[in-house]
Design a protein around this ligand. Structure first.
Ligand code: CMP
Length: 146
């Protein structure tokens, strides 16, 4: 059974380009409840930790450098089938391949600066939520009535 939680970050490029409001509207209009939200900035080291699974990929240095280049908006989102539905809403990693109307099609400028992150599994949604939010914060978020 799939969980009702996912984790997302609006990435530094989309924050710099002032797309926060528009992206939050798309998320809410798609039926997600924003259960936890904060602005923060990752150091290079923290970004490397968050994306450790990609450490051997050729794009890793560019990715962590970009992700630590400015503020992000971290969020825990609630909805039935959250992980899968959110990945549909944001679209493909490569904005050239993202479907019309998706957040990445609208706001991404490259594969690295692709506007938004979304967890790829229920397990990673839990881990990533815990990476950014204190246990108390995200446990309380699970009590939000959908
Ligand atoms: P994200 O959802 O944050 O998860 C990992 C990130 O790595 C991804 O979005 C992209 O920004 C980046 N990424 C994945 N594949 C590539 C690639 N082939 N080239 C550059 N960046 C990539």
């Amino acid at each position: 059974m799939s969980s009702n939680k996912t984790f997302t970050m609006i990435k530094p490029g989309a924050v710099r380009n002032k797309h926060i409001g528009h992206i939050l509207s798309k998320i809410e209009e798609a039926g997600f409840t924003i259960a936890a939200i904060k602005t923060t900035q990752m150091s290079l080291q923290v970004a490397a930790e968050f994306y450790a699974v990609h450490k051997d990929k050729p794009f890793f240095q560019e990715l962590i450098s970009f992700m630590s280049s400015g503020p992000i908006i971290a969020m825990v989102l609630l909805k039935d089938n959250a992980v899968e539905d959110f990945r549909k809403l944001i679209g493909a990693t490569d904005p050239d391949k993202a479907e019309e109307g998706t957040i990445r099609k609208l706001f991404a400028t490259s594969k690295t600066a692709n506007a938004i992150h979304g967890s790829d599994s229920d397990e990673n949604a839990e881990k990533e939520s815990a990476f950014f939010f204190a246990r108390q914060e995200w446990l309380r978020s699970s009590e939000v009535v959908l």
